[in-house]
Design a protein around this ligand. Structure first.
Ligand code: HKS
Ligand code: ZN
Ligand code: ZN
Length: 315
C-alpha cells in the first residue's frame, strides 16, 4: 500500500496568509528551520494507478501538480483519483471539491450521512457540483463502535483496498446547523487495509480524544496517522488567537497528561515491527514545525514523525 501525503498542515496552511506568529513570520523570512505545508490531505493506492483521495483540500490543484500519479494520460480528460472519501465537512477538507468540478465523469464521493447533510445545507458544495461534473454519493457506514460488528466498504475501481470507518467525538463545522449538538458521523477515523497483504493504516486528522472504542482499530495498524494540530491545549489562547481550547474544538494536543504523545506510547511494535506514528493536520502555530525545536526532539524520542508535503509511506 502506498500512502502519499499531499498536504500536512491544518486549515490555513503553513504559513497562514494572515498570521505573524513566530512560525509563520520566521518561515517567510527564512529565519527558522521549517518547510511550508499545504492543507491536510492524503491519497492511497495499492496498484499505484488508481487512487483514493482522502479529503479535498483548498490546495488540491497544487497538490495534484506536485504528484504525477494523480495525473495519468489514459484519456484526453483523466485523473488517477478514482474516489474521494471525506472524513468531515470542514472547510479545509471539502473546499477542494470546487476545484475538481470539471469533466463529464461524475465524482465518486464517500461520506457519512451527517457530512452529506452539512454539505447539502449549511455548505451547498455537493448541490453546486451537480451543475458541473455531478456526483455519485456513497454512504459511509459508521454503525460499528465494536470491531466485530463494524462494517467495511470497498470502492469499485480501487482494487485491493478495504475501508472501515469509525465515528469520532468531534464538533461539526462552525457553519453546521448542528454545530453545538455533535452527532455520530460528524467526523470519522478510517482503517485502510490492503487486502492482499493485510497491511493497515489508521487515518484520523481530526481526533479530539482517544475514546475507548478506538484502540481496537488502532492497534491493528502498521501506521497510525493522527491529529497533530496543537502542541498544548491552550496554544491558541496563549497566543491570543482564540478563546477555545484545542480539545474543545476536536483536536487532542500532543503534550501533557492524556496528550497524543502519552496515548501513542501505548501502541507498541506489531509482529516485531515498529509501528509508524505520524502526526498530520499540523497548525501553523505548533512548535513541532521547527525541526530543531525541543518539542520536535521530544516527538523523536517517542518515535513520532511529523508529516510533510510529499511524504511517502509504503506499507
Ligand atoms: C488558525 C487556524 C486554526 C485551526 C483550527 C481548527 C477550528 C474550526 C472549528 C482547524 C484547523 C485550523 N489555522 N475548524 O487560526 O491558526 O472550530 O471547527 O480544524 O484546521 S479547529
Ligand atoms: Zn482543520
Ligand atoms: Zn502562524
Amino acid at each position: 500500500m502506498h500512502i502519499h501525503v499531499l498536504g500536512a498542515a491544518a486549515g490555513g496552511g503553513f504559513p497562514q496568509w494572515n498570521c505573524n506568529c513566530p512560525n509563520c513570520d520566521g518561515l517567510r523570512k527564512g529565519t527558522i528551520n521549517a518547510t511550508k505545508r499545504t492543507q491536510s490531505s492524503i491519497c492511497v493506492s495499492s496498484n499505484g494507478v488508481d487512487w483514493v483521495l482522502f479529503n479535498a483540500s483548498p490546495d488540491v490543484l497544487q497538490q495534484i501538480q506536485d504528484f504525477a500519479p494523480l495525473q495519468p494520460g489514459r484519456n484526453i480528460r483523466d485523473s488517477g483519483i478514482q474516489a474521494i472519501v471525506l472524513i468531515d465537512a470542514q472547510i479545509d477538507h471539502t473546499t477542494g471539491l470546487y476545484m475538481l468540478r470539471e469533466g463529464k465523469v461524475k465524482r465518486e464521493i464517500y461520506c457519512t450521512d451527517m457530512v452529506y447533510e452539512d454539505l447539502t445545507s449549511g455548505n451547498q458544495v455537493l448541490n453546486i457540483l451537480s451543475h458541473y461534473c455531478g456526483i455519485n454519493r456513497h454512504v459511509v457506514p459508521i454503525d460499528g463502535t465494536d470491531l466485530s460488528k463494524s462494517s467495511s466498504f470497498t470502492i469499485p475501481n480501487v482494487p485491493n483496498l478495504k475501508f472501515t470507518a469509525v465515528a469520532l467525538k468531534s464538533a461539526a463545522p462552525p457553519y453546521s446547523p448542528h454545530r453545538n449538538d455533535p452527532k455520530a458521523g460528524d467526523t470519522i477515523g478510517v482503517l485502510i487495509e490492503e487486502i492482499s497483504t493485510g497491511k493497515k493504516c489508521w487515518y484520523s486528522p481530526g481526533l479530539g480524544e482517544i475514546e475507548p472504542h478506538l484502540p481496537q482499530f488502532m492497534t491493528q495498524a502498521d501506521c497510525i496517522m493522527v491529529d497533530g494540530t496543537f502542541w498544548t491545549d491552550t496554544e491558541m489562547i496563549d497566543m491570543g488567537l482564540m478563546t477555545k481550547t484545542a480539545r474543545s474544538i476536536g483536536h487532542n494536543p500532543q503534550s501533557g497528561k492524556g496528550g497524543m504523545i502519552e496515548k501513542l506510547d501505548e501502541f507498541g511494535p506489531k509482529e516485531g515491527q515498529a509501528v509508524r506514528k505520524v502526526l498530520i493536520h499540523i497548525n501553523n502555530t505548533n512548535p513541532i514545525l521547527r525541526e530543531d525545536s525541543a518539542e520536535r526532539a521530544t516527538l523523536s524520542q517517542h518515535g513520532i514523525e511529523v508529516a510533510y508535503d510529499g511524504m511517502d509511506i509504503i506499507l
